[in-house]
Design a binder for this molecule. Structure first.
Ligand SMILES: O=C(O)c1ccccc1NCC(=O)[C@H](O)[C@H](O)COP(=O)(O)O
Length: 270
């Protein structure tokens, strides 16, 4: 089988982790994590927002492997403020350099600019990176089940819990969904992007939402750009969304965010 983008990312990440460990030992990263700004409750903020409206995780994303450069005029603190003004519940900041032109400093600057909880959007393979995420100020990490085995997923989740952070567990198919149910994190991300073709299909959320455990907060991820997309998926139980590219391409990010979130259907649970 040919390599997926995740295989390629994992290969350079393992080198990156080794280099970072050589540069800064775990004890030093842990000391920084202990003195980081207190955790802002990510899952709680998202579920509160989704109760009556939509829970938006608004992503600060400069570029992607599928689209190349998305936003040349890239100012993380200004984008964070625009998202907060537009009504986002939480932020996601890409910190991966080689594939997304991200940087750790973008997370730090974006989080300092607003009061919103922040997801470190990166590819994690080692508890060292979990401590590193907290040291940067992150409130939540991502575990991509397509890229880690069950033992590592549990290890990363447990490390995040120890640091008081939330975890967004990401799945792409029914097998990964089954595996996700053995983890205890309430946030379940359903990624609509096919990692081989980069195509996005909202059918992925529609299909997997029906199979998801009832106690999970569903977050539909990727390929979302209109209020109709959000309303469609809300009917399947997903009232939280992770959105990057479509908002990053807007001149007025605050207004575009406001428009996207303007008209949520009344929740079935209300
Ligand atoms: O965005 C990509 O091209 C991509 C490729 C390979 C692995 C992950 C990728 N994106 C990470 C994400 O999960 C998205 O940034 C996020 O869901 C937002 O998606 P979008 O709204 O489509 O930018």
């Amino acid at each position: 089988m040919t390599d997926t983008i995740l295989d390629r990312i994992k290969a350079y990440k393992l080198d990156e982790i080794a280099a970072r460990k050589a540069e800064m030992p775990l004890s030093e990263i842990e000391a920084r994590a202990r003195s980081a700004s207190p955790v802002r409750g990510f899952a709680e903020r998202l579920s509160d927002a989704a109760r009556e409206g939509y829970g938006l995780i608004a992503e600060i994303k400069k570029a992607s492997p599928s689209k190349g450069l998305i936003r040349p005029d890239f100012d993380p603190p200004a984008l964070a403020e625009a998202y907060a003004e537009g009504g986002a519940a939480c932020l996601s900041v890409l910190t991966d350099g080689p594939s997304f032109q991200g940087d750790d400093s973008y997370l730090v600057a974006a989080r300092e600019a607003v009061e919103l909880p922040v997801l470190r959007k990166d590819f994690l393979y080692d508890p060292y990176q979990v401590a590193e995420s907290r040291a940067l100020g992150a409130d939540c990490i991502l575990i991509i089940l397509a890229s880690v085995d069950d033992a590592l997923a549990h290890e990363l989740e447990s490390a995040a819990k120890d640091w008081g952070m939330d975890v967004l567990v990401e799945v792409h198919d029914a097998t990964e969904l089954e595996r996700a149910s053995t983890l205890s994190s309430p946030l379940l991300g359903i990624n609509n992007r096919d990692l081989r073709t980069f195509e996005t299909s909202l059918e992925t959320t529609r299909t997997l939402a029906r199979l998801a455990p009832e106690d999970r907060i569903l977050v539909s991820e990727s390929g979302l750009s209109t209020p109709e997309h959000l309303a469609d998926l809300a009917r399947f139980g997903a009232r939280s969304f992770l959105i990057g590219e479509s908002l990053m391409r807007q001149d007025d990010v605050a207004e575009a965010t406001r428009r996207l979130l303007a008209d949520p259907p009344v929740s079935a649970g209300m």
